[in-house]
Design a protein around this ligand. Structure first.
Ligand code: MN
Length: 718
């Protein structure tokens, strides 16, 4: 076509140094309509310009690599988007062009594919334990939203393996190992046999160069001596097929080196036993012919008992279909024969990729997920015959995962449910780590603890001795393990804190009645505990501290002076130091701070909640006076409290930032900012602050009030 021809003419040295472009165009033209070939060529022009001047390790122009990757996928007849993404797959990583450039020029589908490949490149396989490799494969599959991403990645890896010779020795071994541990098994899992076979042989070659050479040599030698025999058998098969009027292709099968090596290793077989086997594949037009051909070859040569397998009726779990049989050849040597249809052959070679092969009649409105599901349901369909569904289940889980996979700092991979946070991660590592965690890093950068984890991230937890879980974490943790651990810890903490508080409350009430625990005495106490059904005095303190039992009533009960009314309660007030822990809390409606006039409300199960006397909720006081007690502040309190102020400002740009800066300058942290209202010329802002006491708050409010754009400052009180 014209466009491609113009493009080729522009290349230096025309046909020789076309970086594989001519072959790619020919392949594409054989199955794609002209408009789509042109679209791919535009991707080529863009990629070639972006990579201009870059060289591969081998010295070749860089663009030859993406073109080779595209060729690999074109050989499988993949759609134009996948081919374009293959050509552009290294552009974002290695050139000045950005993902936005690609999206603007080629649309979001292709941009998503390119981005997916770049993301896979960024995660690094670090350890090589078996289980770790398995997790890593799952992590890679979990990261992709479109299976075509992994197809591009596999083709990319394949070409890198084909050109590995140019790499330094150390790198060769590492990349080869990774190929055997990660990429070949993924290809196998997705049923893409052609990738699996090539990746395994290349991985084997560079990881075990000596073994590879010996095996390769032996295989070549035997192939030489087998040539006559292969020819003879082929002719006999052809003749027999023609005699029956069956159209079929007979192919002498090449041996896959790595599978031979594995067979020798696993079955402890001699090289000669494994190598001296003849392999044939017979491809026919339809399923009936498969069985006809089977009968035919069984008539021609004697079948070896127990070696016949019908993967047509009962396919392998990755969708592979074929008839397998082993025969005694003309001289008694084993003859392995595979019989299948063209369609079965295509699926056997491309697996999941066969669902992205370009078909002219097909409308491509199916989403990537739909197509992957189609492939899986195809497999499920084939599996109805009742073979194990385990593989299918595991592929399904890999392709539509409900898990994400993250790294520990040591490089171990931890699976976590989707939606997990750094706190979930901390608890997944160890309960102690969770209980003591104070901060987290993702990919070496500090993040808030509530940050959601993403696939492939490295997560590090920072702990300090003596720190403890924050009840607030319960609002964002995702895993049951974290939630239970936090609750358990809180329960035990609350119990010891409420024992302390309960004792103080009871002491105070006894004092009001001119008594004390000592005056009550052990004998009376024991009798009282028995009567209340409690085991020991700590349980009594705890119930009082949690507000489940009222201190003044308990005091009178202990003293046996029931007749007096409740009006006497609250003579001496309880002193609050701010260090009581979870059994004393500060109401969120009125945000009391030291210096405010306050009251305490005994809330069953929660201990004492402090309110400002001004708070509207104090109207409850009249309804249940026995639940309210008078409290006062300790003189020296060394902690900060939340307080809320409302600021009315002029509607000027930057005014929010100015006010926030002033608050920070006044020595306060801002917990939360919200815009309550915005009118034509004024805005109403609300700040939740950390302050020491009333004086501190007054200073902040004064500073803010004096700002030029501020109209009014007030303290919120509901
Ligand atoms: Mn690449």
């Amino acid at each position: 076509m014209d466009y491609a021809a113009t493009l080729l003419a522009k290349l230096p040295g025309a046909s020789k140094r076309d970086h594989g472009l001519r072959h790619l165009i020919e392949t594409l033209e054989s199955y794609l309509p002209a408009a789509q070939v042109e679209a791919v060529m535009q991707a080529y022009e863009f990629g070639a310009a972006a990579h201009d001047g870059q060289k591969r390790q081998s010295g070749e122009a860089y663009i030859s690599h993406p073109v080779a990757v595209a060729q690999e996928l074109a050989d499988m007849h993949l759609d134009a988007q996948a081919i374009s993404a293959a050509i552009l797959h290294d552009v974002v990583e290695d050139t000045a062009a950005s993902l936005t450039d690609i999206e603007d020029k080629f649309g979001s589908d292709i941009a998503i594919l390119v981005d997916g490949v770049s993301k896979l490149d960024q995660i690094q396989f670090r350890s090589r334990a078996e289980a770790q490799a398995e997790s890593f494969r799952k992590m890679m599959l979990a990261m992709i939203e479109d299976i075509r991403v992994i197809l591009v990645k596999l083709a990319d890896r394949l070409h890198n393996m084909q050109t590995l010779a140019a790499m330094p020795a150390k790198k060769k071994a590492r990349i080869a190992r990774e190929t055997l541990d990660i990429y070949a098994p993924i290809a196998n899992r997705l049923g893409i046999n052609r990738f699996k076979v090539m990746l395994e042989d290349l991985g084997f070659r560079y990881l075990y160069p000596m073994r590879y050479r010996v095996l390769d040599k032996a295989l070549r030698r035997s192939k030489g001596s087998q040539r006559q025999m292969v020819k003879k058998i082929s002719e006999e098969l052809d003749q027999a097929l023609a005699g029956e009027g069956i159209a079929a292709d007979v192919i002498g099968r090449e041996k896959h080196l790595y599978s031979i090596y594995k067979k020798m290793l696993e079955k402890k077989r001699l090289l000669s036993d494994v190598v001296d086997v003849y392999g044939f594949r017979i491809i026919v037009d339809d399923v009936n012919d498969c069985y006809k051909v089977l009968g035919l070859v069984h008539g021609l040569y004697k079948p070896m008992p127990g070696r016949f397998k019908d993967y047509v009726a009962i396919p392998r779990i990755n969708g592979y279909q074929s008839l397998h049989t082993t025969l005694f050849g003309p001289k008694g040597q084993p003859l392995e024969v595979q019989i299948r249809t063209r369609e079965m052959d295509r699926v056997a070679e491309s697996g999941v990729a066969s669902h992205w092969q370009y078909k002219a009649e097909e409308k491509s409105d199916a989403t990537p997920q739909r197509r992957a599901r189609d492939w899986l349901s195809n497999l499920a369909e084939l599996q109805r015959s009742g073979t194990s569904e385990e593989f299918l289940e595991s592929v399904k889980v890999d392709l539509f995962p409900d898990k994400i996979y993250v790294f520990t700092p040591k490089g171990d991979i931890l699976p976590m449910p989707k939606g997990s946070t750094t706190v979930d991660f901390a608890y997944a590592v160890h309960t102690d780590i969770g209980n003591r965690c104070v901060a987290a890093k993702i990919d070496r950068g500090l993040v808030p603890l509530r940050t959601l984890l993403q696939n492939g991230q490295t997560v590090e937890i920072i702990t300090t001795r003596g720190s403890r879980p924050n009840p607030h974490w319960l609002t964002f943790v995702r895993t049951a393990k974290a939630r239970n651990a936090i609750r358990t810890h809180m329960k035990s903490m609350r119990s010891s804190e409420s024992v302390d508080l309960g004792k103080r409350l009871l002491d105070r009430s006894l004092k009001d009645l001119a008594s004390s625990l000592r005056k009550v005495g052990k004998v009376r106490m024991k009798a009282a505990l028995d009567e209340l059904g409690l085991n020991n005095i700590e349980e009594l303190f705890e119930q009082i501290g949690l507000g489940e039992r009222l201190a003044p009533l308990t005091a009178r009960f202990l003293l046996g002076s029931d007749e007096e009314g409740a009006s006497e309660s609250g003579k001496a007030s309880l002193v609050i130091a701010g260090t009581e822990g979870m059994v004393v809390s500060y109401a969120r409606c009125c945000h009391p701070i030291p210096g405010d006039d306050v009251m305490g409300y005994l809330s069953s199960g929660r201990g004492i909640v402090i309110h400002r006397n001004k708070c509207g909720n104090l109207s409850n006081f009249r309804k249940q006076p026995e639940k309210w007690l008078s409290v006062s502040w300790e003189d020296e309190i060394d902690r900060e409290f939340s307080s809320q102020i409302q600021v009315d400002t002029q509607n000027k740009p930057g005014v929010l930032a100015e006010v926030a800066a002033m608050i920070a300058d006044s020595g306060s942290n801002i917990e939360q900012v919200s815009v309550l209202g915005r009118h034509e010329d004024c805005s109403v802002l609300s700040f939740l602050l950390q302050v020491k006491d009333r004086q501190h708050l007054a200073k902040i409010m004064r500073n803010v009030r004096n700002m030029p754009n501020v109209i009014r400052v007030s303290r919120d009180c509901a």
